[in-house]
Write a protein that binds this ligand. Structure first.
Ligand code: SF4
Length: 123
């Protein structure tokens, strides 16, 4: 680690939403304050080094009775890849009647993560 990284964060692991202050020292040591449990420290460590997120959004369909299909990633993707995944999803048009859990897109933006339907595509 060549430089110190410091960030104020809100832990999103549970509804308590603790306000954290995380520091990653030049020596790679993680210091976290404000966390009420150890999961907050793990979260802060990830946010300071390799932040990831699940993504939920919608994609267009070819069906007038259901023009948008709600979808989500089937795992977490790097935060920096979110814009790329959203851009790729803008060009997706669903032309089959899908059900919840069906794969809409494999390997979204090269992340290795799938995009799956979170609703049935019929009334
Ligand atoms: S630090 Fe622990 S208690 Fe606080 S929001 Fe994160 S998971 Fe919840």
């Amino acid at each position: 680690m060549s430089h110190k990284i410091e960030k104020d964060l809100i832990c999103i692991i549970c509804p308590n939403g603790c306000r954290l202050h995380g520091t990653l020292t030049e020596g790679g040591e993680l210091e976290v304050t404000g966390n009420r449990c150890v999961r907050g420290k793990t979260f802060a460590g990830r946010e300071l080094t390799d932040p990831t997120r699940s993504l939920t959004t919608t994609v267009k369909t070819a069906f007038d009775d259901f023009p948008y299909l709600p979808v989500r990633t089937d795992g977490e993707i790097p935060k920096y890849a979110i814009a790329k995944v959203l851009e790729e999803l803008r060009s997706v048009l669903v032309t089959e009647r899908m059900t919840c859990g069906d794969v809409v897109l494999e390997n979204a933006a090269g992340t290795g993560v799938k995009i799956i339907a979170t609703a049935n595509l019929y009334a």
